[in-house]
Ligand binder design. Structure first.
Ligand SMILES: NC(=O)c1ccc[n+]([C@@H]2O[C@H](COP(=O)([O-])OP(=O)(O)OC[C@H]3O[C@@H](n4cnc5c(N)ncnc54)[C@H](O)[C@@H]3O)[C@@H](O)[C@H]2O)c1
Length: 254
């Protein structure tokens, strides 16, 4: 119950990793705001969360729309009167080769991933500063914000990594440091989790190719980021800010 009495918001909470984060926070006693594009799907996720004395909420939030982010924060303020933890998890990708990329698609990825993370930090920090009890903001980067993907491994996988996804994640990792510095005077910590590839029914060939590049010789499992999320959200990491925790089975270590 390391998060008892804390109010948390997760963006993109209906997706593969977002649901896991919501569950991990709820298990530690947090009151969780489950946010994503579709409110009904958020409601389903919220209803399935474990209760440890806290209620959970569903909210439609498009992180790429300033007004949507403002309205979400206003609602959280009105209902919960506080916000202690934000996991900026919402993210999108495109899979076509870069030669075919339209500028619209390029900018859409930047807008949602980097822009959405910016808007949520900006608005959440305002609320956290008003309440004066600090906070913890956790962004989702990626190993592909640190290194390029290897184009040779996508033999039976159409979900090729893109230049705009990598650029958006590198931006998030750097913005983590910027906001860690600028929000430290207010007791607000900002850290990043950068996962390696998480298994999600990718083809056998791809899984084999990817795993050969990983010292632990496998892809990650979706629940293997929860420990880091709870650690960064809780006071156990109270002297830690501006860091990028790479959780990749050692992929970037050789
Ligand atoms: N799964 C991986 O292997 C992996 C690896 C590295 C990083 N990541 C990052 O982790 C995060 C979660 O990834 P995932 O695999 O769960 O993705 P996912 O596609 O399963 O979930 C992403 C969620 O974000 C939501 N979303 C999309 N656009 C949005 C918007 N404008 N506003 C609010 N929500 C929006 C989607 O509806 C979806 O529910 C992403 O930021 C992703 O880049 C994932």
């Amino acid at each position: 119950m390391r998060l008892q009495g804390k109010v948390a918001m997760v963006t993109g909470a209906v997706g593969q990793l977002g649901r896991q984060f919501c569950r991990a926070l709820a298990l530690e006693g947090a009151e969780v705001w489950v946010t994503d594009l579709d409110r009904q799907r958020c409601q389903q996720v919220a209803e399935e969360l474990p209760h440890r004395g806290a209620s959970h909420h569903a909210l439609a939030l498009d992180v790429g729309e300033p007004q949507s982010v403002q309205e979400a924060m206003a609602e959280i303020k009105q209902v919960s009167a506080a916000l202690d933890i934000v996991i900026n998890n919402a993210g999108i990708a495109v899979f076509t080769p870069f030669e075919e990329r339209s500028f619209e698609d390029f900018m859409r990825v930047l807008r949602v991933n980097t822009g959405g993370t910016f808007l949520c930090i900006q608005q959440a920090a305002q609320l956290m500063r008003q309440q004066g009890r600090g906070g913890s903001i956790i962004n989702l980067g990626s190993i592909y914000g640190e290194v390029s993907s290897d184009p040779r491994i996508y033999t039976d996988c159409g979900r090729k990594n893109s230049e705009c996804y990598s650029a958006s994640k590198a931006g998030i990792i750097m913005m983590t440091r910027y906001f860690a510095v600028h929000l430290a005077p207010f007791g607000i910590r900002v850290n990043c989790i950068s996962p390696g590839g998480i298994f999600n029914q990718q083809g056998e060939d791809f899984v084999g190719n990817y795993s050969r590049g990983v010292p632990m010789a496998r892809m990650g499992q979706e629940e293997e980021l929860n420990g880091a999320a709870v650690f960064l959200a809780s006071d156990e990491s109270r002297y830690m800010t501006g860091q990028n925790l790479i959780i990749d089975g050692g992929r970037l270590s050789w």
